[in-house]
Structures are given as structure tokens and as C-alpha cells.
Design a protein around this ligand. Sequence first.
Ligand code: NAI
Length: 337
Amino acid sequence: MKISFFSTKSYDREFFERANQNFGHELVFYSSKLNFETRDIIKDSPCVCVFVNDTLDQEVLTALADNGVSLIALRCAGFNNVDVRAAYELGMSVVRVPAYSPNAVAEHAVGLMLALNRKIHRSYSRVRNCNFSLQGLLGFDMAGKTAGIIGTGRIGQIVARILKQGMGMKVIAHDPKPCPECESMGVEYVDLTTLYSDSDIISLHCPLTHDTHHLINTEALSLMKDGVMIVNTSRGAVIDTCAVIEMLKSGKVGYLGLDVYEQEGDLFFEDLSDKVITDDVFERLLTFPNVLITGHQGFFTEDALRAIADTTLQNVTSCENGKPCENLVTPDMVVNK
Ligand code: NAI
């Protein structure tokens, strides 16, 4: 099948071309994002393959359907950027890669926690300038402290295991569907109010839905411990960024680690180092010494890219051959979107 890829980088091409030796699809790569402006590029391709910051709303999907697209292959887990109901009403199927390497994201989340706590981002620059002062680098032992995990699916449960069994933390969690593996390792499920009030570190691993949009807002932040650490590797809009900035200014939030950002679509995955950034909220975040931001790289390991390419091409092959595809995204999976 001819597959048109959007938002591609050289690493996407490399991993997909290698994986395609086992599938034999026709691959066409575009570096541009799929959105309203680019919706008419596709003329003769029944499948488009997209990533986290492509926009597939009703208008874009209608244009794709008019141009003969019948399959949307997401090369990521989250599907908040696709109007899944509209796609199905237009007769399109949507597939995704639900679990390419939950370890990759979980390990990155823990990396952010360790770096923030021990201020490794700051000591790295200091030592390179031969400044060996420890002033301002004081951290805390994570062993014995409490971590609160919001969302204990594939990624959250690995974070829980690392923090509990690897670091000796007490782990509490909130999830509408508690995970038996977490329960058996002694993770206690609590309501959100308890999680906010008892956690020294809060790590977000829930999907972005109507319910979780701005879950971390002024009200939630005010219930948290003074000096709390918040780490978000899920989706940017789970945090109300302006609210968290106010709480960073007051000291209520002591550490913030972000791999995702509400308006990341205008910034992430591009080299903008010689451009003027016009997003004042993002620029304000960069001024805090206790904020550490990475540009949506949680998924970015060799293992994950290999798995993403294999699963995406297998999804397309299954759909092309009319076989059942376990990675279909169906409208019933969309929670109040
Ligand atoms: P998953 O679907 O396995 O787990 C999500 C969990 O969140 C489920 O257990 C679900 O019950 C729970 N949940 C749903 N609504 C909730 C709510 N209101 N409060 C608390 N928990 C809730 O998903 P997975 O694979 O663990 O991924 C989690 C998120 O991580 C994805 O939705 C995606 O947005 C993000 N992600 C980020 C990546 C990165 O590179 N930074 C890469 C992959 C995923």
C-alpha cells in the first residue's frame, strides 16, 4: 500500500525504510506537518502516517477522505490529535502503536526526577565552567519519600516499579482502572485529593482527555505539598501551564520536569535556535532554575523506534488484507472528547 508520512525526520525514514524490507509498502516521506494548510497534498495514497503534533480534525479528515484516504496510521500511542469519531463517520480506520516501549518513557520520567532533584542540569554547566561550588545544588533522598502516579497504564506502572523497587519510595496512585501488577507490588490507590496532599513527587501518565485537560490547575496545585515536584511526560495540556508558573513563582511548586508542553506543536522537533520564540509562556518557564524541559523525547530510543516502525507497518498490512487489527482506535475509546 502507498503510505504518505507526515512530520518525518531522517531517523523516521531510516527506521521505516529498514522495517519495510519485511513488508514491501510504498513509502513517501513529507517533512511538513499534516494540518489545514497541507491537507490537500495527498492525491493518490490510501494511507497517511502521522505523529503527535499533526492535526487531524474534522476539516482535515474530510479533505483526506475526499482525496481517497481510508486509513490513518498513527506512529504513536496517544490519539488526542485525531477526531476519531469524524474519521469513522467518513469511513476511515484509525490505527496506532499502543505500546512500543513503555520503558523508554518511564525511564525518561525517572531521569527527569533524578536530574531535577540533584540539579544535574545545573551542575553540568557549572563544572564545565570550573565552578565546583555546591551552593544551590542541595537535593533530597528519594528513598522513603512518597511518589504519586496519575495513570498506572503501561508507562505509569513501570515508573511505579522503578520508584518503589528501585528507589525505595512509597508509591501511591490514582487511576479509574487500578492495575493488578501495581496492587500486588503494594502500590496504594487513593483519590486525587489524597494523592495531591501526600506526594513529594507527582508523575503524570494518563492520556489527554476531556477529564484530564488541565487536571493540574490552580485548585489541584493548592492541595499539594509545599515544594512538590511535578513531572509530566504524558501530554502538555494535562497541566495548566499558566497556573503552574504562578505556583513556581510562589515556591509552592519546587521542581517541574516537562517532556511535553501545551503549545509544543509550534516548537518541538524543530531547530529554532536562530529564531525568535514568540511563546511568552514557554519562555517564562525557561527562566526558572528548577524547571527542566525536554522536547518530547521520552519515546526516543532505538528500541522504541524499531518497534514503532514494525507495528505501524504491520497495522497497515493487516488493514490492507482485511485482517483484524488489534491496534484499531475506535470511537468508544474516546472519553468525552
Ligand atoms: P495506557 O493507556 O497504557 O495508560 C493510561 C492509563 O491512564 C490507564 O490505566 C487509564 O485507566 C489511566 N487514566 C485514564 N484517565 C485517567 C484519569 N482521569 N486519571 C487517572 N488515570 C487515568 O497509556 P500509556 O502507554 O501508559 O501512555 C500514557 C500516556 O503517555 C499516553 O496517553 C501518551 O499521551 C503519553 N506518552 C508520551 C510519550 C512521550 O514520548 N513523552 C510517548 C508515549 C506516550
